[in-house]
Design a protein around this ligand. Structure first.
Ligand SMILES: [Fe+2]
Length: 373
């Protein structure tokens, strides 16, 4: 597997200096020229093909997309995640690798550091049990302290993305790699902002990373491509909730620069953008690209179903003709609520009531206008 990434030390240094005004990491050194070490940005001439360039004919293989596992011992979420990993291990065709969609730890934004550190440790220990490579994507809850509710000092040496990246030997927050004639790019959409309380974040890819992505995808040529982000480019939250008052781009829920990202994706034979964050599985196609939000591994943060969607993950099939298909899978985890989870208990009861009513109406409608609706 050939990995292309920005220079991490430079990224961390520039991030600490000024949010939103980052220098391009590595110019020269915009990362991501497939099969070469040349700057993609410099390629006014075609990128040269090297003898060890990856295969350009797509092959067939499977991979899994696991997102929003929010690993924690609360509600026995760690056992839940182990059950998910066992489900992956039991798949008939072993996936070649896993794409981890972010919110890996339960939370670093407003959780005491010691707990967050333990959650990251558990995430790594359990994920290692997959026995296959896994590629991490940054979720908002993976970042230490970028919140007004933070439980760490802003001067903490592990503040921000540093701790989890160190713990997981994660060299760059965004990067790409090739496998068997396919190209994969992993984005970091947790964009730093300066708030009254200090550093916060907004969901944004940002101009620097968008430029990197454009040249990275471009240099991958005709290969079929899959891109991953934590926070969605497209999400139908308002329609799902049936609420006309909800914005089509609610702050914190959808990328601020969806339109700019979409324009890059549609130029480069991107089959799908894999998304997470909302814990609501969705599939949406726009201008040749699928926008797929996988089920959350944790469901409703280990409290059961969320908006009718239970804990799950997605198994993707890459085909030799360059097509991508997928199955969203339920791995059967029953919520283990804590004694003080009354809100969640009531929500689960309401969900069950809705399901029962749906079943009653279905049976009634199948029987054909008999019975009392
Ligand atoms: Fe999440």
């Amino acid at each position: 597997m050939d990995t292309h990434k920005p220079n991490r030390r430079e990224f961390l240094t520039t991030t600490a200096v000024a949010a939103g005004t980052l220098a391009l990491p590595g110019i020269p050194g915009i990362p991501g020229v497939t099969g070469t070490t040349q700057s993609a940005h410099a390629s006014e001439t075609p990128t040269p093909t090297t003898p060890d360039a990856p295969a350009t004919q797509p092959g067939s293989f499977d991979f899994v997309h696991l997102t929003d596992m929010h690993v924690t011992t609360r509600r026995k979420g760690d056992l839940g995640y182990r059950t998910c990993v066992e489900s992956v291990l039991s798949l008939k065709n072993k996936p070649t690798f896993a794409l981890m969609g972010g919110d890996l730890a339960f939370d670093g934004l407003y959780t005491p550091k010691a707990k967050y550190v333990e959650q990251v440790r558990l995430y790594k220990e359990i994920s290692d049990g997959l026995g296959i490579p896994y590629h991490n994507c940054m979720g908002n809850h993976d970042v230490l302290g970028w919140s007004g509710r933070r439980k760490v000092e802003v001067t903490d040496p592990d503040f921000g993305k540093k701790y989890i990246m160190d713990a997981l030997q994660w060299e760059s927050p965004y990067y790409s790699f090739d496998h068997n004639g396919w190209h994969f790019a992993v984005l970091d959409c947790i964009h730093p902002t300066q708030e009254e309380h200090g550093t916060g974040y907004e969901p944004r890819i940002g101009d620097e990373q968008l430029e990197w992505l454009a040249y990275d995808l471009g240099s991958a040529g005709d290969r079929p491509k899959v891109v991953m982000t934590h926070i969605a480019a497209f999400c139908n939250r308002a329609q799902i909730r049936g609420d006309p008052e909800i914005s089509g781009m609610p702050p914190g829920i959808v990328l601020r620069d969806t339109a700019q990202l979409q324009a890059v994706l549609e130029r480069h034979n991107v089959k799908a953008l894999l998304q997470g964050h909302t814990h609501r599985p969705e599939e949406y196609r726009w201008r040749g690209v699928w926008y797929i939000t996988s089920p959350a591994v944790s469901g409703a943060w280990w409290a059961g179903d969320f908006t009718g969607a239970g804990p799950g993950y997605t198994l993707f099939h890459c085909h030799e003709d360059g097509e991508l298909t997928w199955d969203m899978l339920d791995y059967k985890w029953e919520a283990q609520l804590d004694p003080d989870d009354d809100t969640e208990r009531n929500r689960n009861a309401q969900t069950q009531t809705k399901r029962d009513e749906q079943a009653r109406l279905r049976d009634l409608e199948r029987a054909g206008r008999e019975g009392d609706r």
